[in-house]
Design a protein around this ligand. Structure first.
Ligand code: SF4
Length: 279
């Protein structure tokens, strides 16, 4: 394991801490084994006290690795698996166990986010199962495109899926994320078919995802599923911009401002018009 691991805490104040190269010294063969077995994972960090990543107060583990390249991503340091801290499943479980009682008392839970947690699907399954075995409510925050990596039985172990839908329009989705929307929508349909509780998350970016027709189509689709308990409209912000600069990545949205309150309200109203709870 890397020298930096000795100096970098698994705990972070927030996911906005820039973290790079913490797993770079793990041999390629060990990375491959980790991805197959799930006995080791790569985490950006653990954070506590989130009120926006599922019901109640959440402990969140942020995984490293993502195949999307969202133009507005506020954690591009999580794109690369090798940026994450290598942790054994036992270490991650022990970290979570520290909060078990508090989470139960506060009706909170554990959320696995990223990055894209299903880039490390075996680790994700094992860590969520460990949380479940502790009696802690579990949520998976995912872009949905790797949902096929989970079996139906594994889906049953996840109490809630926070599914990000970046855009309805296929071309716009590819522009925003670099990837196809089809697998995301298929995963949404599969969750619905299996009656798994889901919250939908939609990032509202002026000039990119905010056109009314795009939102109307997502709202209609979400309402048709029958398992979407709520929709979170997440206003675009610039808090991650510094990471793009530090990582020497080309950030295309530097001149985009956060959406006005009325624009956020209008988007929420479109979801509500389809009978969904939206915040
Ligand atoms: S899916 Fe999430 S972590 Fe991946 S690029 Fe998009 S915003 Fe970033």
């Amino acid at each position: 394991m890397s020298e930096e691991l000795n100096h970098t805490s698994l705990q972070a104040k927030s996911p906005f801490e820039l973290r790079v190269n913490l797993g770079q010294n793990v041999p390629e063969s060990d990375v491959r084994t980790a991805l197959v077995t799930g006995d080791m994972g790569f985490l950006h960090s653990f954070t506590t006290g989130s009120a926006v990543d599922g019901p109640g107060v959440r402990v969140v583990a942020w995984t490293a690795g993502c195949q999307f390249r969202c133009l507005y991503c506020h954690n591009p340091d999580t794109w690369n698996l090798a940026n994450g801290i290598p942790v054994t499943l036992g270490q991650a479980t022990a970290e979570l166990r520290k909060y078990r009682q508090g989470l139960k008392v506060m009706s909170g839970g554990f959320t696995l986010s990223g990055g894209e947690p299903l880039m490390q699907d075996r680790f994700a399954v094992k860590l969520l199962a460990a949380a479940h075995a502790m009696g802690v409510h579990t949520a998976l925050d995912t872009n949905g495109s790797l949902g096929d990596r989970l079996t139906d039985a594994e889906l049953e172990q996840i109490d809630l899926v926070l599914l990000d839908i970046k855009s309805w329009d296929a071309e716009r989705h590819r522009q925003v994320t670099g990837m196809d929307v089809g697998p995301v929508l298929n995963f949404a349909r599969r969750l619905a078919g299996r009656k798994r509780p889901a919250w939908l998350r939609f990032v509202l970016v002026p000039g990119l995802t905010d056109d009314a027709e795009n939102i109307a189509q997502i709202a209609k689709f979400a309402a048709s599923l029958g398992n979407v308990e709520r929709v979170d409209v997440l206003p675009f912000h610039q808090m991650g911009q510094f990471k793009w600069k530090e990582l020497k990545l080309n950030y295309a949205l530097s001149s985009v401002r956060p959406p006005a309150i009325e624009v956020i309200e209008n988007a929420c109203a479109q979801f509500r018009a389809e009978g969904l709870k939206a915040y």
